[in-house]
Design a protein around this ligand. Structure first.
Ligand code: GMT
Length: 375
């Protein structure tokens, strides 16, 4: 099949998922066309089966906001015509499903049918999409997609609760390529980050308010009073400065390494003993799954789809949003004893296997095929 994929190419779960999906589909023989405003961050290999089409937005001084949706839908029309695309798969409803619908209509005028799959990722529903300024357009785009998927059962329920949805929503969970992770236990080279007696605790996010990164520092503060440990903070965003300030005020800075954005996520997670994700909202929590694939147990909030990934008491623990005391107690329980830690590490790894890419990609392929047959 020839599949066009639209996503946000920057650091962020939905772009990472879309990029991994496209790459895996290309390995399975499909021709994949990424249509985005920048090369996706994790798209390393341009193979014969992977194409990248940049959406140019003309800067015109008259416009306060440049019309990206118009540029995207026009680019989609051109790519579909030139490469005879079979299916369009848009990741993140805003504005991709809307632009995709417009492209469909323009192509229809030329007698071309372009079926569209829309994957809902989270904030396009829970934070941004349900805002009154976007809600009618998001409802319309979802209801007019040919197939709609959501990355967790929880996000499906949120979508049904927040919008008037007439379409079936298929839950297709996020995934990870388990073939990239060694099957035997390995400690990695942790000496670059910590002394032998210290545990390594990690957090990775785009450090927006929804990630509650101050809670990360507060949990670490409590746990480091009981267990010698260091905290590795990966990513960047609007809340970083305030969290750094808080850490400084609590005299924790010497125990915290702020690494900024990194493309070495697996290398960092490989030597981590614990992953913290205390988010306010999280439709899935791809970062938690990446941690688990690296045998790192997770302390997270119990919001959204997180309990579908992080099994309470098995792969780590889940607590109510903001309950940093409980999160810290659970973290101490996991980290204090080598045997307990080893058990959680193995359970986290075992659970991650349930989300192996090999199990999930066929689910998308089946949905694409169902659309080709109705043409
Ligand atoms: O929340 C983020 O860090 C970015 C956001 C995105 O749109 O890229 O992530 C959302 O999609 C990810 C991939 O499906 C999910 O793993 C995240 O849980 C989800 N974020 C939220 O729901 C807040």
């Amino acid at each position: 099949m020839k599949i066009a994929i639209v996503c946000y190419p920057t650091f962020g779960g939905s772009g990472v998922v879309a990029t991994m999906l496209g790459t895996a589909l290309a390995h399975r023989g499909h021709e994949i066309h990424f249509v985005t405003y920048k090369m996706p961050v994790r798209l390393e290999l341009l193979s014969q089966k992977i194409f990248f089409h940049e959406v140019d937005v003309e800067e015109y001084p008259l416009f306060h906001y440049q019309p990206y949706d118009l540029a995207l839908s026009s680019k989609l029309v051109n790519v579909v015509q030139e490469y005879k695309i079979d299916v369009l798969h848009v990741h993140y409803a805003i504005p991709h499903a809307y632009a995709g619908y417009m492209a469909q209509q323009m192509l229809k005028d030329q007698g071309i049918t372009l079926p569209m799959v829309t994957t809902l990722h989270g904030t396009d529903i829970t934070l941004v999409g349900s805002h009154p300024v976007y809600k009618p357009s998001v409802t319309f785009s979802i209801n007019n997609s040919d197939v709609v998927t959501s990355v967790s059962a929880s996000l499906k329920q949120d979508t049904l609760d927040l919008f008037d949805i007439k379409k079936e929503i298929n839950v297709v969970p996020n995934f990870i390529d388990m073939s990239l992770y060694k099957t035997e236990f390995s400690d990695c080279d942790r000496s670059i980050m910590a002394f032998p007696n210290e545990r390594i605790v990690t957090h990775i996010s785009n450090m927006r308010p929804v990630k509650r990164i101050k809670d990360v520092v507060r949990v670490f503060e409590l746990l480091s009073q009981e267990v010698p440990s260091v905290l590795i903070m990966v990513g960047d965003g609007s809340d970083r400065i305030e969290a750094e300030e808080y850490a400084r005020s609590r005299k924790l800075q010497h125990k915290i390494k702020w690494l900024g954005n990194s493309s070495e996520i697996d290398r960092i997670l490989c030597f981590s003993d614990l992953f913290l994700l205390p988010s306010e909202k999280e439709s899935f929590g791809l970062a938690a799954l990446e941690a688990m694939a690296n045998r790192t147990p997770v302390i997270s909030s119990n919001t959204g789809g997180l309990p579908e990934v992080n099994e309470n008491g098995v792969t780590g623990y889940t607590s109510d949003v903001g309950n940093v005391e409980e999160m810290a107690q659970n973290a101490i329980h996991i980290l204090k004893d080598d045997e307990v830690l080893r058990g959680f590490k193995e359970s986290a790894f075992a659970k991650a296997k349930q989300f192996d890419i090999q199990l999930i990609i066929p689910q998308y392929e089946k949905l694409y095929e169902s659309l080709l047959h109705v043409q």
